[in-house]
Design a protein around this ligand. Structure first.
Ligand SMILES: NC(=O)c1ccc[n+]([C@@H]2O[C@H](COP(=O)([O-])OP(=O)(O)OC[C@H]3O[C@@H](n4cnc5c(N)ncnc54)[C@H](OP(=O)(O)O)[C@@H]3O)[C@@H](O)[C@H]2O)c1
Length: 267
């Protein structure tokens, strides 16, 4: 039996989750979405039940996805608290809000709370989404995996690793975009225009990612495949290593993880 689904906070993430769920026909009836002040487009009004009142929006929902900004979560939960009913499932994509905190705000034990960390590639249904469960039923866990599988891939992790997931998955597109920007700059220096440079690097990144994920190969195997002794690739790779590319990337990611841990500790 499909569940009725409501998304509170149909912004960047919430809207794409609604779209993925609708395209994959995962919900019973139309998905309900809410927003605070931003308008709903006529397309959205046709596709979803669009409401301003969160309390009304959750009355018939089996699954409630909370996708508001961290500072809005307390207000949102207190606005729906009195209308929650036993057996409902809350999925929070709110960065930094722990399951324990959401449960404390909800104030009841008969509502399950699950945490999800997607990324912006949810817009093209290629989000890597990390999930953490704490006491959710088997049925609820399966449901959450089905929902996020409709917009990409899922990985269940212990909740303590959410600061790491925030950076590796949530911030990940920024690291990759930085790499793409620099690769593009090299292409421009090598005589290509901006359009050609961007197209080349995008296709190289997408193609390499797809090749790795479909073949299941280790990246070193890929490097070996495109490297010939005394050739240009090995010369370039060696220069990158001599210039500290590996060390800089590791330091960048680990610094971001430390910062995420600091920020999470303040919440
Ligand atoms: N963007 C990412 O890459 C990413 C990745 C992983 C996790 N996250 C997390 O996901 C959450 C949402 O991020 P986002 O980028 O989608 O934010 P966003 O675009 O700012 O969306 C927030 C939405 O919440 C709505 N909202 C605010 N107050 C509300 C209320 N009282 N009732 C109902 N709706 C309300 C806003 O409506 P109005 O526009 O009308 O104010 C807006 O539609 C955040 O906690 C973020 O940390 C984001």
């Amino acid at each position: 039996m499909k569940p009725t689904i409501t998304i509170i906070g149909a912004g960047n993430v919430g809207t794409y989750v609604a779209s993925g769920i609708t395209e994959a026909a995962l919900a019973l009836g139309k998905v309900t979405i809410t927003r605070n002040k931003s308008p709903f487009s006529s397309e959205e009004k046709k596709r979803y039940v669009c409401l301003r009142n969160n309390k009304t929006a959750i009355t018939k929902a089996k699954v409630i996805i909370i996708a508001v900004q961290p500072k809005q979560v307390d207000e949102v939960i207190s606005s729906i608290k009195s209308s929650l009913t036993a057996g409902q499932l809350i999925i929070s994509v709110v960065s930094g809000a722990s399951i324990e905190r959401i449960k404390m705000l909800v104030g009841r034990t008969d509502v399950s709370v699950v945490r999800a960390m997607p990324n912006v590639a949810i817009a093209v249904r290629r989000s890597m989404t990390c999930l953490a469960f704490d006491g959710a039923s088997k049925e609820h866990k399966k449901l959450v995996e089905i929902i996020f599988s409709s917009v990409g891939k899922t990985l269940v992790i212990p909740e303590e690793k959410f600061p790491q997931a925030t950076v590796l998955v949530g911030s990940g597109p920024a690291f990759v975009a930085k790499f793409i920007r620099l690769y593009m700059q090299a292409a421009i220096q090598a005589g290509f225009n901006e359009h050609e440079a961007l197209m080349m690097v995008e296709e190289v990144v997408i193609g390499t990612g797809l090749l790795l994920s479909t073949s299941g190969s280790h990246p070193e195997v890929m490097i070996d495949k495109v490297t010939t002794p005394d050739g240009c690739t090995i010369a370039g790779i060696a220069a990158l290593e001599h210039e500290g590319f590996g060390a800089a990337l590791l330091k960048g990611i680990m610094t971001a993880i430390l910062r995420a841990k600091e920020l999470y500790a303040k919440k």
